[in-house]
Ligand binder design. Structure first.
Ligand code: NAP
Ligand code: GDD
Length: 324
């Protein structure tokens, strides 16, 4: 039985990846913050269905010795490093802590792997936010990085660290360059979930408006359940490489709104208001991924398209809020 260790297991992707690896027969371990174990009803909510099957270990991403102890105890065959301050907007408010978590945290995990389990396969959660103000459309593995946020800068550094560990120490390290992926388990601050949860609360009379920032930004939105399959496939190759994971379709925040409100029988123009608080100091205007390498080498393809994704999230939130 293969043993996997996931950092960030409590997040959207960590929870889907844990489900997927359990289905594949893995022994699944996760690193969580100590407070999560103390308040499992709230902080482990995405893992609720599988808690009895998972092995959770408390450690802090800020503390190398705490991570060292867990990696030493678990001795993983595959390590998925997903933990990060993942909200782009917040990275402008506190770039310093974002760098500590995302850069040092990644460096600590790579170094633990090198010292303790050098033949372990390592996945780094790279991001299309690294492309930022991209000079070509669509973006592929060779597109130049031009990050536009502290978050993007932290991910470019994590990506470079990962590549350097691969090249310098001959380790199996792969980075996924994942475009935005969403689900009913998405955090409430990200624009898709913010929209679908507001739609549900507007529908049930709890709210009467949805304040948003830039409606013209375009993203290549896929389903998180599809994207975690690609993470696993990246660690099953002969040689470690980096891969773009995307749907190859892009839509604006406005289009997402229009469709989400339509599914609930509403017109978004009656509820969406522009709020300067939600604009970013520097914006990424357009992301569109070319995942042909993933298709060719990993045999990976998305199964859920844009309309299905919006519908899935709206239905879930309507259901959630009709019981309240
Ligand atoms: P998420 O839902 O925000 O989950 C983030 C995870 O990181 C949570 O488990 C969180 O733990 C943990 N974490 C954050 N700060 C931490 C800290 N200081 N110490 C320990 N753990 C910490 O993010 P996601 O959407 O699943 O994304 C997973 C990874 O993929 C992230 O690295 C993200 O940057 C990257 N990524 C995401 C997307 C996307 O569209 N979703 C696209 C490209 C890349 P708590 O629950 O304790 O806060
Ligand atoms: N969050 C948010 N809230 N975004 C808004 C709002 C709002 O009220 N109004 C407009 N937007 C726009 C943002 O300006 C951005 O252009 C777009 O909606 C998407 O924002 P998010 O959903 O917050 O995601 P993101 O694209 O910044 O980052 C996500 O995807 C990255 C991959 O490209 C995160 O999951 C990152 O962790 C991930 O790396």
């Amino acid at each position: 039985m293969k043993r996997a260790l996931i950092t960030g297991i409590t997040g959207q992707d960590g929870s889907y990846l844990a489900d997927h690896l359990l289905d594949l027969g893995y022994e699944v371990h996760g690193i969580v913050r100590r407070v999560a174990l103390e308040d499992s009803a709230h902080r482990l909510v995405r893992l609720a269905g599988n808690l009895d099957k998972l092995h959770l270990h408390a450690a802090s991403l800020e503390s190398f010795p705490s991570l060292f102890s867990v990696v030493s105890e678990v001795q993983p065959d595959e390590l998925y490093h997903l933990a990060a301050q993942s909200f782009v907007s917040y990275s402008f408010d506190d770039s310093f802590s974002t760098f500590r978590t995302n850069i040092d945290g990644t460096h600590f995990m790579l170094e633990c792997a090198r010292r303790l389990v050098p033949s372990c396969k390592f996945y780094f959660a790279g991001s299309s936010e690294m492309f930022g103000h991209a000079d070509e459309v669509p973006q592929n593995e060779n597109t130049r990085f031009y990050p536009r946020s502290p978050y993007g800068i932290s991910k470019v550094t994590g990506f470079d660290l990962s590549r350097n560990y691969r090249e310098a120490y001959d380790m199996y390290v792969s980075s996924g360059i994942l475009f935005n992926h969403e689900s009913p388990r998405r955090g409430f601050e990200f624009v898709t979930r913010k929209i679908t949860s507001h739609v549900a609360r507007i529908k049930n009379g709890e709210l009467n408006e949805l304040p948003l920032g830039n409606l013209e930004a375009k993203r290549d939105w896929g389903f998180a359940g599809d994207y975690v399959r690609a993470m696993h496939l990246m660690l099953q190759q002969e040689t470690p490489e980096d891969f773009v994971v995307a749907t190859g379709k892009t839509h604006s925040v406005r289009e997402f709104c229009q469709l989400a409100f339509e599914f609930a029988g509403l017109n978004y123009e009656d509820y969406v208001i522009k709020d300067p608080r939600f604009y970013r100091p520097a914006e990424v205007h357009l992301l569109l991924g070319d995942a042909s390498k993933s298709k060719k080498k990993l045999g990976w393809e998305p199964t859920i398209g844009f309309e299905e994704l919006v519908e899935m999230m709206v239905k879930h939130d309507l259901d959630l809020h009709s019981h309240h």
